[in-house]
Design a protein around this ligand. Structure first.
Ligand SMILES: [Zn+2]
Length: 283
């Protein structure tokens, strides 16, 4: 109960902070003169939602943030047929995973987006921080010049990429990141010690994803990979990026567009998430 009250306090604090920022923006807008007002009324990205989904019996349970990659003016990768884009497939999978988790009742769920909206990587990670989330799961699909590349993989955060493919994928997903320190590195919100603990917990979570997925759908060789993903570094909680397959491969595209195949993926992810939560609650 004490923990719950504290958590509410944190959320309330975040709301107050957000209101203060809003007030500051308004003050800025009204103080800048009528001539420039029209230019100030456009292009503020819509806020990510902090809605929490959960079955009644999941009250007080840990919160899992599901992040459907891309959205709005950022379509992500285009499928090989040209008929599907990554942003639509990640949203479909995110909703299916949310519904599975809510139905199973062991965790609560929040989504960074539940519609076709553009969010920055920082907007996405901030949802996990505001809600004091137990974990952050970012859903993506890959695309590669080699049309034969296929299969799912799961990425956890590391300063050094595990392989050239992982480095390429992270560079693709980090594109457009605007928050960089004076040394050019992507900033962290945690101390080095806390960041090492977060990386290690994220690697454990990624290993559970691999073990629950094995034998149920196609995985890449060495499916647990590492790279410096901005969105994972900023989540402030154990965080992994799940790459569900290659939409540049015709077979993977067909599978990823099939609700039956996505249901298999969602179930494996839900079981891995629950196993991770259970392991932490025993410690
Ligand atoms: Zn992506």
């Amino acid at each position: 109960m004490r923990a719950m009250l504290e958590r509410r306090g944190t959320v309330a604090g975040a709301v107050i902070a957000a209101a203060a920022i809003g007030a500051a923006l308004l003050a800025f807008a009204s103080g800048s003169g009528a001539a420039s007002q029209s230019s100030l009324t456009v292009n503020l990205p819509p806020a990510a939602t902090d809605r929490i989904y959960g079955a009644p019996q999941a009250r007080g349970r840990p919160i899992v943030v599901i992040d459907a990659g891309h959205g709005g003016r950022d379509p992500g990768a285009r499928s090989v047929s040209g008929e599907a884009s990554e942003k639509d497939l990640t949203l479909a999978l995110a909703r299916e995973l949310r519904d599975d988790l809510v139905k199973r009742g062991r965790v609560r769920v929040a989504m960074t987006r539940d519609d076709d909206r553009y969010l920055t990587l920082e907007d996405r990670a901030a949802v996990a921080r505001r809600l004091n989330a137990a974990m952050f799961i970012s859903l993506h699909m890959d695309s590669a010049p080699n049309p034969l590349a296929r299969g799912a993989s799961v990425y956890s955060l590391s300063d050094v990429a595990s392989d050239p493919d992982a480095a390429r994928f992270a560079a693709l997903e980090n594109a457009g990141v605007d928050i960089r320190g004076s040394d050019g590195s992507v900033g962290s919100i945690l101390s080095d010690l806390a960041m090492r603990a977060q990386m290690s917990a994220s690697a454990d979570l990624a290993a559970r994803f691999v073990s629950k997925s094995t034998g149920r759908f196609e995985l890449r060789p060495n499916p647990h990979r590492f790279a410096a993903f901005h969105v994972l570094r900023r989540a402030g909680s154990p965080a992994v990026l799940f790459e569900a397959g290659y939409i540049s491969n015709a077979d993977d595209e067909l599978l990823l567009r099939s609700p039956e195949h996505r249901a298999q993926i969602a179930l494996a992810l839900a079981q891995a998430i629950e196993a991770d939560v259970a392991a932490h609650s025993r410690r």
